[in-house]
Design a protein around this ligand. Structure first.
Ligand SMILES: [Zn+2]
Length: 60
């Protein structure tokens, strides 16, 4: 899993694959050219953190 931060709406989105078209699921911003960050173990448990609570997974 990788994640990208949307500079437009400030939300993170997740995908299993950083390749291909990537649109922000929240605002529709094209994040394809942005750098994807690998998801570490802490992120997988990140649901405990309030700022991660409204994240959405990129649907492919
Ligand atoms: Zn966005």
């Amino acid at each position: 899993m990788v994640k990208k931060h949307c500079p437009k709406c400030g939300n993170y989105s997740y995908s299993s694959n950083e390749h291909g078209k990537w649109l922000c699921p929240t605002c529709g911003e094209n994040l394809t050219s942005y750098h994807a960050m690998p998801l570490d173990e802490r992120d997988r448990e990140g649901a405990k953190l309030p700022r991660w609570s409204n994240l959405t997974l990129v649907k492919r």
